[in-house]
Design a protein around this ligand. Sequence first.
Ligand code: ADP
Length: 394
Amino acid sequence: MNVLIINSGSSSIKFQIIEMPSETWVCSGLVERIGQQDAVLNYKTSATSLQQTESIKTHKQGLHKIVELLLHSEKGVIKSTDDIKVVGHRVVHGGNSFSNTTAITTQVKQKIKEYATLAPLHNPGNLEGILVAEEVFPSAKQVAVFDTAFHQTIPEKAKRYAIPNQLYDEQSIQLYGFHGTSHQYVSEKAIAHLGLKNSKIISIHLGNGCSMTAILNGQSTDHSLGFTPSNGLIMGTRSGDIDHGIIYHLVNTLNYTVDEVKEILTYKSGMLGLTGYNDLRDIEAEAEKGNRDCQLALQMNAYRIQKYIGAYAATLNGLDAIIFTAGIGENSSLIRKLVCRNMDYLGIELDDEKNETKSKSLREINTPVSKVKILVIPTNEELEIAKQVFQLVK
Ligand code: ADP
């Protein structure tokens, strides 16, 4: 069965076809800069790789372009749109309504729309992708996979904020958590690898967005992103944890508008705010050349991760493994080294040589005596979505 996975953002559509249950990759691609004259369409199969720049005004037009390629006599991978039996949609915010992958109905679409108030950057684009896919693939089942679903197991003591009850009861203000498909995918891989019946794991997802999850016996019990994807670790352009008193100071004393503060904390902070660069490769290269801001930013980044490891190890009352994943977690041996430094009290001991080994598969990079396994596991959110969708419709 061909599963088409769509990750539709505010101005982009990522797509992939995976043949299930063999988990065989068929094709993937990305339309970026939707709404602009110079939108870019990337498309890849085992036989073809292309990139074209053209005007793509709407998501609908973008998805039609994708379908043209999928059906193309030479470059295509399907004969008719009916060959797509199911479309799996990544949806960022499912609030408290969805703890599992769900077939899309009118009510589900209504809920996704309602939760746009909680994820204004993501849910509207996700919904648009669903509406367009329903038109383009009328005979396919449409299924939603929520980033927040994996975190529905987080207990109240961890997900509630200490604010007036009414804000929770009536306004649903609480920790929701994000990157759920990634944390679920890598933690399931880790559990299978460790072969443990009971397991205490911390998964560390370090990409453009960064988050950590405490996972007890396969279930999320705490998570570093919160009500929105702003909390916790230092990210590419997001500050992560800050004292909220800073916001009032910026607004009331320094006369920034609330929108300006949001812009600063979301797009101008994090590694970019500290160094002028948001790509970790540039920051590492600059630090190597002696750039003091870059050196400090790397130290701060690793220190924040260490604090969360300590906190989560305490809440889990022990630790079997930590997992590094996503662009930075999988590729930056330097961040992994800084994070694992001086963690022997917790039983985390890195093998420097193994840490430098490059590989696209799961690997252990701890020393033989390390009590805690240190795992590098490439994430694959699309495959996790395909697996969950297939489970639901098979
Ligand atoms: P997204 O959250 O958009 O899915 P990724 O998981 O692809 O992001 O991570 C992107 C980030 O990974 C880049 O911004 C870059 O900082 C980092 N990255 C990718 N490759 C390397 C590398 N070899 N060394 C250090 N950092 C890297």
